[in-house]
Design a protein around this ligand. Structure first.
Ligand code: COA
Length: 188
């Protein structure tokens, strides 16, 4: 039994914002989450196999962005505190775009999928976005990786279109992306 399978029956994951300095344990959890998703075929900016050093470099960069307040990192934890999912909100600093923000890197460990974790991460992303005065969310995802398009369609994001060959999937094959947006009603 792998580690994820062993945790399947435990209590519902908790969603929280990772604010201050990231602990060693959480940093390791984020590295494992990213690696598990890329190895599982998720098209989220990396090729497989993902070297640990590359995953660490990525999360170090994200951790470095957090103090600015223009990036929000949300995580989902299992009952033991292990990070099993995450999502990011990248806010716009320029004066003409402060009403919009980009949703990035929504990911859930393979054995924790189809339990509503991504939907709950996205609900929290939207709550924080509204709180910050954001009225327009946008994102781009894989057109073909199982669950990516379906998640945003299920959450009433509007599909704009896709660019053929936009990115390479983890195995290096060109694939189309899928661009979505959602308008957040004030006070909703
Ligand atoms: C996409 C992803 C984040 C979904 O996470 P998840 O926690 O399994 O999603 P949820 O359980 O919250 O699903 C919410 C809804 O999205 C849709 N959905 C999610 N995964 C789906 C799948 N594999 N097939 C069809 N519909 C899916 C369903 O409507 C689902 O509701 P339901 O389970 O009641 O039918 C997850 O598959 C993942 O991490 N994929 C790799 C990373 C990735 O591609 N991220 C996307 C954008 S950056």
């Amino acid at each position: 039994m792998n580690t994820d399978e062993g945790r399947r029956g435990e209590a519902e994951a908790k969603i929280e914002t990772l604010g201050g300095p990231i602990t060693v344990e959480d940093f390791g959890g984020l590295v494992e989450l990213l690696t598990a998703c890329v190895e599982g075929g998720a098209s989220i900016g990396f090729l497989a196999p993902l070297a640990r050093a590359d995953a660490e470099t990525y999360w170090r960069k994200i951790a470095g962005d957090l103090p600015s307040g223009y990036r929000v990192l949300l995580v989902a934890r299992d009952a033991a505190g292990l990070i099993v999912g995450s999502a990011q909100l990248a806010l716009e600093a320029r004066a003409n775009g402060r009403h919009r923000a980009e949703v990035q890197k929504v990911m859930v460990r393979p054995a924790w999928r189809r339990r509503g974790i991504a939907a709950r991460l996205m609900a929290e992303v939207e709550r924080i976005a509204r709180e910050r005065g954001v009225r327009l969310l946008f994102l781009d995802t894989s057109d073909s990786h199982a669950g990516a398009r379906e998640l945003y369609e299920a959450l009433q994001y509007v599909y704009v279109g896709g660019i053929p060959g936009y990115a390479l999937d983890p195995r290096g094959r060109p694939e189309k992306n899928a661009i979505f947006y959602k308008t957040l009603a004030a006070g909703a």
